[in-house]
Write a protein that binds this ligand. Structure first.
Ligand code: FAD
Length: 472
């Protein structure tokens, strides 16, 4: 410490203002702690500024274009071209982001959380050095929550250049629609953004290294999406290992080994979406002795404590599912533990959502996982083709599927591919968390005509009594 530089004392210091950090700060403040939150960037973190929110805004706009194109089926004639003014679209999206990040600031202020814009660096087990634009000061904390999130993984053979070789951040703010977009990585980020740009008018090719899109997701759900991508005119190349690429004045060329053969793909822009890595490297964690796992994520226990007990880690930086709602949930748990409550991470049904077309959402166990856990599962699938609301929405591809224990009929997992799967999954999460069985869901009256009726009928199917599905 520099002479004359007295440490500022704080109760709870939260490092990072993303969905993990800001939620943790608010919850800790609700519980009576004096909280300081530091973020080097904008409040809201990746999710609000360059993740969930901007990508969903873009997906909505692209889907609107698609619906106009397909309105003809309903006898709605749209004469003339559909023009997409990309800078204006991006302005609208930025407005949505601004409204939400502004809201986070207001909430933090309303909860009397001190917010500092600066970069935090651990200088000891209970001190952090915060460098702001104008100075650098030491803060001494009683408890600290690390919520520094993650960033895109760069391919050394295809490094980001901000012009033609882009990460998800830049692709979310393009001012000009690329004629040809190449997406490296068929995970959810590449798939969501590739589909959106296709609907906005780009020619899109997705290169995926494994032999299927969305590796790790139930293939029966993925199949529906792959079929739709084909219909939309997206080229999907699986088994494609990217070797490298080169940019010139007017294009970028990427080479890949595709099933033993070298192929070259030319495009205006390449989106590299091959994964994310934790922001642990520039934090001074080594000064404190905080342990990382073999992939660089901070190791935590069920109470989100790191190997240094009064320092907690939540969200992307703590590994597991890199999802905003998981980060926020952990933020609440960590804040409660700090306040002396007996909280711990205890999730039976984490929802996973992919905003593809159609949407995919799942929670709990798949049939396979249920078997591995020693259950004797029964699976019931209800197709949206037999759901009145889906047909009236002109969006009836897909199904809702319930995995239940054969004997007790307890619901173990739900998988949905279809319209509004992202919304429908919430009922499944509640059902599983409440220990509901198929009868509980089937006896709950679902409004008609609505999409959730498909989940109800899948549950009825477990009992062998679905009305709009003939028993096989
Ligand atoms: C394109 C895209 C789409 C996504 N879509 C979804 C989705 O639909 N649903 C979903 O659940 N998830 C989605 N995600 C993932 C989601 O954004 C993350 O899981 C979530 O943001 C993690 O929250 P976090 O609080 O852990 O960290 P982050 O949101 O990454 O926030 C970390 C914060 O810490 C700050 N920080 C880092 N280091 C320091 C330091 N040394 N000092 C001070 N501040 C620091 C950063 O500035 C940042 O604001 C998406 C991600 C991407 C990239």
């Amino acid at each position: 410490m520099v002479v004359g530089d007295f440490a500022n004392e704080v109760d709870v210091l939260v490092v990072g203002g993303g969905p993990g950090g800001y939620v943790a700060a608010i919850r800790a403040a609700q519980l009576g702690r004096k909280v300081t939150l530091v973020d080097k960037g904008e409040l809201g973190g990746v999710c609000l500024n360059r993740g969930c929110i901007p990508s969903k805004a873009l997906i909505t706009a692209a889907e609107r274009v698609q619906q106009i194109k397909e309105a003809d089926r309903m006898g709605i004639r749209v004469n003339g071209d559909i023009a997409v003014d990309l800078p204006e679209l991006m302005n609208w999206k930025d407005g949505v982001v601004k409204k939400l990040t502004g809201g986070v600031g207001t909430l933090l202020k309303g909860n009397k959380v001190d917010v500092i814009k600066g970069e935090a660096y651990f200088s000891g087990p209970d001190t952090v050095r915060i460098a702001t634009e104008k100075d650098s000061q030491t803060y001494q904390f009683k408890d600290c929550i690390i919520a520094t999130g993650s960033r895109p993984v760069e391919l050394p053979s295809l490094p980001f250049d901000g012009k033609r070789i882009l990460s998800s951040t830049e692709i979310l703010s393009l001012q000009e629609l690329p004629k040809r977009l190449l997406v490296v990585g068929g995970g959810y980020i590449g798939l969501e953004l590739g589909t959106a740009y296709r609907k906005l008018g780009s020619e899109v090719t997705i290169l995926e290294g494994t032999d299927s899109l969305l590796p790790g997701v139930d293939p029966s759900l993925v199949r529906m999406v792959t079929r739709k991508l084909k219909k939309l005119g997206v080229t999907v190349v699986t088994g494609a290992m990217v070797q490298g690429g080169e940019s010139s004045e007017d294009e970028v060329r990427v080479t890949a080994q595709v099933k033993g053969e070298e192929k070259t793909y030319a495009a205006d822009v390449v989106l590299v979406a091959v994964g994310r890595k934790p922001n642990t490297d520039e934090l001074g964690l080594e000064q404190v002795g905080i342990q990382l796992d073999e992939r660089g994520f901070i190791k935590v226990d069920k109470q989100l404590r790191t190997s240094v007990p009064h320092i907690y880690a939540i969200g992307d930086v703590a590994g597991g599912a890199l999802l905003a709602h998981k980060a926020s949930y952990e933020g609440k748990v960590a804040a409660e533990v700090i306040a002396g409550m007996p909280s711990e991470v205890d999730v039976r049904a984490m929802p996973f959502v992919i905003f593809s077309d159609p949407e995919i959402a799942y929670t709990g166990l798949t049939e396979q996982e249920a078997k591995e856990k020693g259950y004797d599962p029964v699976v019931s699938r209800f197709a949206f083709q037999a759901n009145g609301r889906a047909l009236t929405m002109d969006s009836a591809d897909g199904f809702a599927q319930v995995v239940a224990d054969k004997e007790s009929k307890q619901i173990l997992g739900v998988q949905i591919v279809g319209p509004e799967a992202s919304t429908l999954i919430s009922e499944a999460v509640l059902a599983i968390e409440m220990g509901a069985n198929a009868e509980d869901v089937s006896l709950s009256v679902h409004a008609h005509p609505t999409l959730p009726e498909a989940v109800m009928e899948a549950a009825e199917g477990v009992l062998g009594q679905a009305i709009h599905m003939v028993k096989k």
